[in-house]
Ligand binder design. Structure first.
Ligand SMILES: NC(=O)C1=CN([C@@H]2O[C@H](COP(=O)(O)OP(=O)(O)OC[C@H]3O[C@@H](n4cnc5c(N)ncnc54)[C@H](OP(=O)(O)O)[C@@H]3O)[C@@H](O)[C@H]2O)C=CC1
Ligand SMILES: CC(=O)C(=O)O
Ligand SMILES: [Mg+2]
Length: 422
């Protein structure tokens, strides 16, 4: 057994199975307490909510509770391993929501691959929650599922692999391009993968300036081009009028490689053929499209990021979903719209240029961190994320008309401890 495997299995099993639990937030010591918490007192909020459903936000956890829901069809880059096997990841998302943004989570693993059955299940439980974070559902089913649930639910529904990933990728990309001395408008971009994460990442890059004709998307069949007749409508959006056919063709002189596919798919030769200061976001988890060791050994000018916590430049949706939902919940937004996503991306981009607090450096075992090739994006433990990103999202929700509450009195939050200091 490798060291990491042993440590990871011990971490998940000891001293108790799993890594998250539910806390009680009210007194429960006496008969009087129990008479309030349960029968007979509990009947009072029941009657009030029955009269006015909005009061669920006053008398229950709804307003701070997000459902992290998967069917396990695209668990990280491990593929379709089933609903139950996705539970460690979903519990992990719960840990990150709580640790970084004070958001409570129920993880829900739905054992069906049928989008209609999945939609029906989620629709029927949605009233429990203040928001729904869909996770690790494969393309193209994820697109139909998210679109339909947004239509059916009056709370934010957000497929994290699509939008969380896109927001963080956009932030990191703008900074990486700046460091490389290039612009998003001119960058030639190769995206390996054409699924949930890849499609949304490329769409967001286009909306912040990338040119569609400069994007080469590659799936298992090769470059997505206008001569192909096997493309679903989501891939067809990115069909390029080109004679490039293989990943190797697309990589030649490319400025950027974004990997949202699977392990070890970018070769040293492919990387060698890219333009100067190549930007490589090898974001597949747990194993990137190319290891940072191989990438750095191949090109001394590479600007390298992965989705992992144990290398510099972690381009991972953990920098997005906790803070985005925090902001959305606190103004009771009915949706997480494009304005909120772009506000989050720019807030993350800008934060990477600020001096980094000592505690963040300590958590990563380094003396210092500063904007540059090895630090293009903030670290998830940076306590300023909840202040800056959630604030930007809440303001964008208000400005774009999807907030149903005013700017919160306790904003900008200074820490997770401020969440209920209203
Ligand atoms: N760092 C981060 O924050 C995140 C990283 N990811 C990573 O992105 C990857 C994809 O996730 P997701 O979009 O949810 O999954 P999907 O199942 O929706 O998409 C997977 C895509 O990868 C493509 N792919 C897989 N293997 C190959 C291959 N050998 N050659 C070319 N293309 C290939 C598939 O091609 P085809 O369409 O032909 O089947 C498909 O387009 C995972 O590794 C995941 O860990 C995802 C979200 C966040
Ligand atoms: C990070 C993540 O959500 C994924 O790899 O699927
Ligand atoms: Mg995921």
């Amino acid at each position: 057994m490798t060291d990491l495997k042993k440590l990871a299995l011990e971490y998940h099993s000891q001293p108790r199975p799993g890594k998250i639990s539910i806390n009680v937030t009210k007194p429960t010591a006496t008969a009087k307490d129990l008479a309030l918490a349960y029968s007979p007192g509990v009947a009072e909020p029941v009657r009030e909510i029955a009269k006015d459903p909005e009061l669920a936000y006053s008398y229950t956890t709804k307003g701070n509770l997000v459902a992290v829901i998967s069917n396990g069809t695209a668990i990280l880059g491990l593929g379709d391993l089933g609903a139950l096997a996705s539970k460690p990841v979903m519990e992990g998302k719960g840990v990150l929501f709580k640790r970084f943004a004070g958001v409570d989570v129920f993880d829900i693993e739905v054992n069906t691959k049928d989008p209609k059955a999945f939609i029906e299940t989620v629709k029927n439980i949605a009233c429990t929650f203040g928001g729904i974070n869909l996770e690790d559902i494969k393309a193209p089913e994820c697109f139909e599922i998210e679109e339909k649930l947004i239509e059916l639910c009056d709370i934010p529904v957000f497929h994290d692999d699509q939008h969380g990933t896109a927001i963080v990728t956009a932030a990191g990309m703008l900074n990486a391009l700046e460091i490389a001395g290039k612009t998003i408008e001119q960058a030639k971009i190769v995206c390996l993968g054409a699924g949930a994460a890849a499609t949304s990442c490329m769409k967001l890059l286009v909306s912040i300036g990338a040119k569609k004709e400069n994007i080469y998307m590659v799936d298992r069949q090769g470059v997505i081009h206008s001569g192909r007749n096997d493309l679903n409508p989501f891939k067809a959006l990115f069909a390029n009028d080109t004679d490039k056919r293989t990943l190797a063709d697309a990589l030649k002189d490319a400025d950027v490689f974004v990997g949202l596919s699977g392990p070890n798919l970018l070769s040293a030769d492919g990387l060698k053929s890219m333009a100067s200061n190549p930007i490589v976001f090898a974001c597949s988890n747990p194993d990137p499209e190319i290891s940072p060791e191989l990438a750095h050994a191949t090109r001394s000018d590479v600007i390298m990021a992965t989705g992992r916590s144990d290398y510099p430049n972690q381009v991972n949706n953990v920098l997005g979903f906790p803070f985005i939902f925090r902001g959305a919940l606190d103004v009771r937004a009915t949706a997480i719209n494009e304005e909120m996503k772009i506000a989050a991306a720019y807030a993350l981009r800008d934060l990477a240029k600020q001096p980094v607090p000592k505690e963040v450096c300590e958590a990563y075992g380094v003396d210092s961190l500063s904007f540059g090739r090895e630090y293009i994006i903030p670290k998830p433990t940076d306590a300023r994320l909840i202040t800056i990103v959630s604030d930007a999202v809440a303001k964008a929700a208000i400005d774009s008309g999807v907030a149903t509450l005013p700017y919160p009195k306790n904003y900008p939050l200074q820490s997770v401890d401020d969440v209920f200091n209203k």
